[in-house]
Design a protein around this ligand. Structure first.
Ligand SMILES: NC(=O)c1ccc[n+]([C@@H]2O[C@H](COP(=O)([O-])OP(=O)(O)OC[C@H]3O[C@@H](n4cnc5c(N)ncnc54)[C@H](O)[C@@H]3O)[C@@H](O)[C@H]2O)c1
Length: 246
């Protein structure tokens, strides 16, 4: 089992809601975190807040050359990496008829291809360091279908599938690969969503980014007998819905 202070991790989309909460939690416990994101200004602010153990590197997850650069930067800064949190993602609402081919390509490029590139470029570095863990961000939309989320659902099922294939490829190299499946979490992605719409969810509220961060910390440190599998954090949403209680 790794202590949190042993963790040297790259977090994609690391300035957003879940990514930044994870960076804060890990750095507070002594981990070294390389934050990658499109948003350079937010990255500069976050590393100024977090201090020496946090670094920022511009990352567009759709660009393989950006992944090569962030892996090299993290190895250089921390003397190696033993974890990757593939967290960057986008969502938008379009159904199977309204979604244009361009919409579909775009969301697959960020949410699915970006996860593949991350694993492809970071896994050799994790192996060089003696092994570690990869956490890929799927969603409850990687477990069941949602109306008007054709591209998002496709991309998150792809993440769930790739996680299993990569877990098999990397098991003998001592690299565990798991997927996380959040339900509605209070971040920019769910802004404008009404909590009243969650009334039938067993735990009828938005999750907090910090709750997801704690799951990610568990997966990269303590979950030493888990690989290739799904970790659901959704307030019970995929278990079943209750009748709305007054
Ligand atoms: N919030 C939810 O309810 C929820 C539920 C299930 C899954 N998720 C997943 O969690 C992950 C994090 O989402 P969040 O809720 O923190 O959203 P967020 O919008 O707060 O953060 C997403 C981050 O990804 C970054 N990003 C977007 N495109 C990028 C690209 N091409 N390259 C690099 N970075 C890029 C954004 O700049 C942002 O910082 C996503 O993969 C999302 O699909 C979120």
């Amino acid at each position: 089992m790794a202590e949190t202070s042993d963790i040297k991790i790259i977090i994609s989309g690391g300035t957003g809601g879940i990514g930044a909460a994870t960076a804060r939690l890990l750095v507070a416990a002594g981990a070294k975190v390389m934050i990658g994101d499109l948003n350079d200004a937010a990255g500069a602010t976050l590393v100024a807040e977090l201090g020496e153990n946090a670094r920022f590197c511009h990352l567009d997850v759709t660009r393989p050359e950006d992944w090569e650069a962030i892996v090299a930067a993290a190895e250089e800064a921390f003397g190696g990496i033993n974890a990757l949190f593939n967290n960057a993602g986008i969502s938008f609402f379009t159904g199977v008829v309204e979604s244009t081919p361009e919409d579909f390509r775009k969301i697959m490029d960020i949410n699915a291809n970006g996860v593949f590139y991350g694993m492809h470029f970071a896994a050799p570095a994790i192996i060089r360091a003696g092994g570690g863990a990869i956490v890929n961000t799927s969603s409850t939309a990687g477990l069941q279908g949602y109306a008007s989320l054709i591209g998002y659902t496709a991309s998150k099922f792809a993440v769930r599938g790739m996680t299993k294939a990569a877990a098999l490829d990397l098991a003998r190299d001592n690299v565990r690969v798991c997927s996380i499946h959040p339900g509605p979490i209070a971040t920019a992605m769910t802004e404008g969503m009404n909590e009243a719409a969650l009334a039938g969810q067993p735990l009828p509220r938005f999750g907090k980014p910090e709750e997801v961060a704690r799951l990610v910390r568990f997966l990269v440190t303590e979950a030493t007998f888990s690989t290739g599998t799904e970790f659901v954090i959704d307030g019970g949403a995929t278990v079943g819905m209750l009748a709305a209680v007054k």
